[in-house]
Design a protein around this ligand. Structure first.
Ligand SMILES: [Zn+2]
Length: 700
């Protein structure tokens, strides 16, 4: 029996698309996610379930043939069994617990590097695997469960699972979940500084987020890394389960495949299944991107965009690129509203076998829109698809201030059916969210059902990755404006009292403001030392230059209103800008100015696959040394906890310190999604075993 010690974990080295999450420079590797021994159980130890939530169980028996923990010449024992029971109750085999045939055993192998030395020498460890998956199971009875995997002649892996308590009452009919992607608390503070005026140290107006009825923080860590990406962090928010970087509503098994991994149901899927809830998905990103995908898609590889688009329409049991999935999953025939960018993934192309995904939506009765004007005209009683750009939508700053940039974004060109037309008539987060709300409200009212919406301000994150702080903060202010407008619309519709609104982030970026920058003095200096003198700290940081017109001293106490109205800067190009900085940055030249063109990257590529700071990006700026590997082409996410703002019924639950998974679990509690399905096999099997009520973490 082999008991590997911690520290020898290594990654399966599943190739990730570099732009999604950089794995090439990882400093700690592991053999398999959440599997420190050679026997793996998914869902892993410490998993919590909403009662009745559908999921898959998978076990893997691994036998390394070489490396630091070889086992039996790489031959796993074919004798292994998974048992389930309550605390103190008899354990029984999972197949008898669920009264089903034992699933077929899969046999395959994979390789991984145990550390950077092994990787540098290209001496991978080979691991042979036996595995089986129990598909589409549920647990209805709240309380504690114990799983035991027996394998390799006497080894054991244990997992403790909790089924959360049932809600005592349904507190809200509808839920709107806003996600500010990458929105660190420090960025909320900076956005307030740019968008609102202080007089003698106190704000004259504040953010809508500042008025939240419930306020808390949440921890964003991944299942197997403390820095998360947007796929597995959105997974936690929408399904209540931690996962691995790049994974959407599934665990990352060792097959290396984008399909077939053990899945779990999202709260959106549950609400559709239980209540026929109307579902809206809105994002300023391309729609196949991680956060919108996490509402309904299941794959350990977020980069499988065509698979994600198919799952929007057909759900988690759809075939992958012609490979049928031989299991049932939650019935799903598409969201009621799908608004965002990413038209490129819906048009016919080689990777989707030249099938128009737009036509597939239209065949299913969707109306569709490609401009802001036609968006407004959509029939509120019908399902709708809105594709407003080739890829990500232009940021708020490009739509309102630097509008010349719109031409490069690519809108729908009907004559050749591509997203190549100039983008001028393009909606923002507020336009899309309010229209989605109107459609969801009309449809849910007609059918007497609830609705749920996920609305994502995606370019907060996308701009932070390329150190474009003004664009990030502009989109954060747009999110705040959208939340305010949404609460007003809920009031107008008479459903404010029955709709919970939660605003949170999926992770942070290492950003803060440490003073001000005199951009005119900075540009006039020729030495690094001289340029750095342009930074004003403490007393010299002064007041927000964004809240006075150009040429007016920031100390002026008059209240000015800019062209975009209150809640936004009076100017985006003040002489005295905020001195922004990142904790996790690549090399860059920084001039602290708002760049008129999108800051695609502050780096220029070198032939050997590394990058150096681009002086052309900020010709007036001074050089700032990065801290990330020179192979990184952009900044990365950071550790700090993020905020949870809540409004409306059930907001009391979202106070204090939470885990990211608690967001989905608390929404489920507020909507009463947990089911104690009498007569279900799992319930009858569990009866009479003297098990008390569980103390779930979802309990108030
Ligand atoms: Zn990101």
């Amino acid at each position: 029996m082999v008991k590997p010690t911690l520290g020898s974990r290594a990654s399966l080295a599943v190739a990730a698309v570099a732009a999604l999450a950089t794995t090439a420079s990882a400093q700690t590797f592991r053999r398999s996610a959440a599997c420190p021994s050679l026997g793996c159980i998914y869902p892993p130890d410490q998993s919590s379930f909403i009662a009745g939530q559908v999921f898959d169980i998978r076990v893997e028996i691994q036998a390394p043939a070489n490396g630091s923990t070889p086992y039996n010449n790489g031959v796993p024992s074919s004798e292994f069994a998974l048992y389930i029971g309550g605390k103190g109750a008899d354990m029984q085999e999972v197949s008898s617990f669920y009264d089903r045939e034992d699933p077929q055993v899969e046999s395959y192998n994979f390789t991984y590097y145990e550390d950077l030395f092994q990787k540098a020498n290209d001496s991978a460890t080979l691991v042979n695997v036996l595995a089986k998956s129990y598909r589409h199971v549920t647990l209805f009875n709240p309380g504690e469960y114990e799983l035991k995997l027996q394998y390799n002649g006497g080894s054991e892996t244990l997992a403790h699972w909790t089924v959360l308590p049932l809600a005592e009452a349904r507190q809200a009919k509808n839920v709107i979940l806003f996600i500010g992607d990458g929105m660190a608390p420090s960025m909320v503070t900076a956005a307030r500084l740019l968008g609102h005026k202080t007089v003698n140290g106190k704000y004259k107006s504040r953010l809508q987020l500042d008025e939240s009825e419930g306020f808390g923080m949440q921890m964003t860590h991944s299942l197997d890394s403390y820095i998360t990406d947007s796929a597995n962090s959105a997974t936690a928010l929408m399904s209540g389960h931690k996962s691995t970087v790049n994974a959407l509503n599934s665990f990352t098994d060792s097959t290396g495949k984008p399909y077939g991994a053990p899945k779990f149901e999202t709260i959106f899927e549950m609400a559709r299944r239980l209540y026929d809830a109307k579902i809206g998905i809105v994002s300023t990103a391309f729609l196949a991107d991680a956060t919108p995908a996490a509402v309904v898609a299941h794959t350990p590889q977020r980069g499988a965009y065509d698979y994600v688009i198919d799952q929007f329409l057909d759900g988690g049991a759809v075939a992958f690129n012609g490979t049928p999935q031989n299991f049932s999953w939650t019935q799903w025939d598409g969201p009621d509203v799908l608004f965002g960018g990413g038209g490129k993934d819906f048009v016919p192309k080689a990777s989707n076998k030249n099938v128009s995904k737009i036509d597939r939506f239209l065949e299913r009765g969707y109306q569709w829109s490609t401009t802001n004007s036609t968006l407004a005209e959509l029939d509120n009683s019908k399902r709708a698809l809105g594709l407003f750009s080739d890829s990500n939508l232009p940021t708020w700053l490009d739509r309102h201030v630097y509008t010349d940039n719109l031409a490069s974004f690519g809108a729908w060109a009907p004559e050749n059916k591509t997203f190549t037309a100039p983008t001028t008539d393009v909606p923002g987060l507020k336009d899309m969210t309010l229209k989605a709300l109107d459609i969801l409200h009309t449809r849910s009212k007609h059918d007497g059902t609830p609705f749920m919406m996920m609305s994502e301000a995606a370019s907060i994150d996308k701009s932070m990755h390329v150190a474009d702080y003004p664009r990030a903060l502009g989109d954060l202010l747009e999110l705040d404006d959208t939340v305010r407008a949404t609460l007003d619309r809920l009031e107008e519709l008479g459903i404010r009292e029955e709709t919970l609104v939660v605003v949170t982030a999926d992770h942070a970026h290492g950003f803060d403001v440490f003073g001000s920058a005199d951009t005119e003095y900075l540009a006039a200096q020729t030495t690094i030392e001289g340029k750095r003198d342009a930074i004003g700290t403490y007393l010299e940081s002064g007041l927000s230059g964004y809240q006075v017109p150009q040429g007016v001293n920031p100390q002026n106490q008059s209240e000015f209103v800019g062209p975009q109205g209150p809640g936004f800067p009076v100017t985006w190009e003040p002489r005295y800008t905020a001195a922004f900085g990142l904790a996790a940055t690549v090399d860059q030249y920084e001039d602290f100015k708002t760049h008129p063109s999108v800051r695609a990257t502050s780096l220029e590529p070198l032939k050997n696959g590394t990058y150096r700071a681009s002086h052309d990006d900020s010709p007036d700026g001074f050089f700032i040394s990065g801290v990330l590997p020179t192979s990184n082409d952009q900044g990365v996410h950071s550790l700090v906890d993020v905020q949870v703002f809540s409004f409306g019924p059930g907001h009391e639950l979202f106070r204090g310190m939470m885990d990211s998974t608690n967001i989905a679990q608390k929404i489920a509690q507020v909507m009463d999604l947990g089911r104690d399905k009498k007569g279900d096999l799992a319930v009858s099997q569990r009866k009479g075993k003297g098990k008390g009520k569980g103390e779930g973490e979802g309990k108030k």
